[in-house]
Design a protein around this ligand. Structure first.
Ligand SMILES: [Zn+2]
Ligand SMILES: [Zn+2]
Length: 341
């Protein structure tokens, strides 16, 4: 194995050199880069607030603030340009957008000795601009060679619009998705339907942040609005929910559309589960082939696959070696008694 300057701690902190962690905390590391706001990347954020300087894009900061994650007013939270390089104590840090969700970035760190170390973060493919590094930690969500999408995101978007346009004539529609994919659907719904689109106050606040950064979202009606019952009786409507969200009110006759990132097999982007339930693959992750293309473009000569967040780290590592002829290993999870390591 090459002399690696990158790694992942058991709690998911991606280590780029000996001063920078990404999306996790390791005691003794001066800087934490926050690539985006998804929960699986937020581990030990409180510890980082106390012991590290946290670097993130401005939209990421806005999204964390509206989730009431208190940001210290002191200088240990720094906003870094979404596409830009800055130097911190001789360490050059570069962000490039990863097109995964609002504010999400790929990170490269150039150490004082000139090593270029990178972390893809969660990313979608194709990407216009890719970090150039020697050593790379890669997200392995779709590292399984079977995770190949046989349609474009454009085709998936069209399928979504078509099913919404058809089913809204029959009654209400519930759209479920994770943050990110749900907000993407707001752009697709914009101008598509005339009926009210209902979302909780919290979701509307988050959607407004997306709008501030250039998303073109549709008009939304607050779920907490006192007239909501009346409005539901008056005619068709669309309601937006997070996957797994606990809801008091379930309409009887409605169509459920699940925006799912996990279902990517098959030749079509739409899966009819029953007469009233459809799954649509609106994903914000690269598939297996996109992941390999990404690695090639970074120019990395050694790759570590993320085995904390993705379940396909070993499969992906052997595919990288086999297909790209690049040295690759699943992250070896090192547990130690030292705190946060
Ligand atoms: Zn994510
Ligand atoms: Zn993730």
């Amino acid at each position: 194995m090459s002399n690696l300057a990158i790694g992942i701690s058991h709690n998911g902190a991606v280590k780029l050199g000996n001063q920078v962690t990404c999306d996790g905390f390791v005691y003794g590391y001066e800087y934490r880069v926050q690539t985006h706001v998804h929960d699986d990347h937020m581990s030990n954020f409180d510890s980082s607030k106390h012991f590290q300087t946290i670097i993130m894009s401005e939209p990421t900061r806005s999204l964390l603030e509206i989730r009431h994650i208190e940001m210290p007013h002191s200088t240990n939270v720094i906003t870094h340009p979404l596409n830009g390089i800055r130097e911190y104590d001789g360490i050059k840090i570069e962000f490039k957008s990863s097109s995964h969700m609002l504010g999400a970035v790929q990170v490269s760190v150039t150490t004082p000795s000139g090593e270029r170390l990178g972390y893809s973060g969660d990313f979608s493919w194709p990407l216009e601009d890719v970090i150039e590094v020697d050593q790379l930690v890669i997200d392995s969500t779709y590292g399984n060679p079977e995770s190949v999408r046989k349609y474009t995101q454009e085709e998936a978007n069209d399928a979504f619009k078509e099913i919404v346009g058809k089913k809204i004539k029959e009654g209400p529609i519930i759209i479920k998705g994770h943050r990110g994919t749900l907000y993407r659907s707001l752009e697709l719904l914009n101008g598509l339907v005339q009926c009210p689109i209902i979302a909780s106050k919290k979701k509307i606040v988050e959607a407004k942040v997306c709008e501030n950064y250039g998303y073109c979202i549709c008009e939304l009606t607050e779920l907490e609005n006192p007239n909501i019952r009346k409005l539901r009786k008056e005619g068709p409507y669309i309601e937006l929910r997070y996957i797994g969200e606990y809801i008091l009110y379930e309409p009887g006759d409605c169509t459920n559309i699940n925006l799912t990132a996990s279902w990517v097999q098959g030749s079509a982007p739409l899966l009819k589960v029953s007469n009233s339930t459809y799954n649509i693959a609106v994903t914000d992750h690269a598939d297996f082939l996109g992941t390999l293309e990404y690695i090639k473009e970074t120019g990395a000569n050694v790759v570590i696959t993320d085995s904390v967040r993705g379940r396909n780290a070993s499969l992906l590592a052997s595919a990288i070696t086999r297909k790209l002829n690049i040295e690759a290993y699943p992250a070896k999870i090192v547990r130690s008694k030292a705190w946060g390591v």
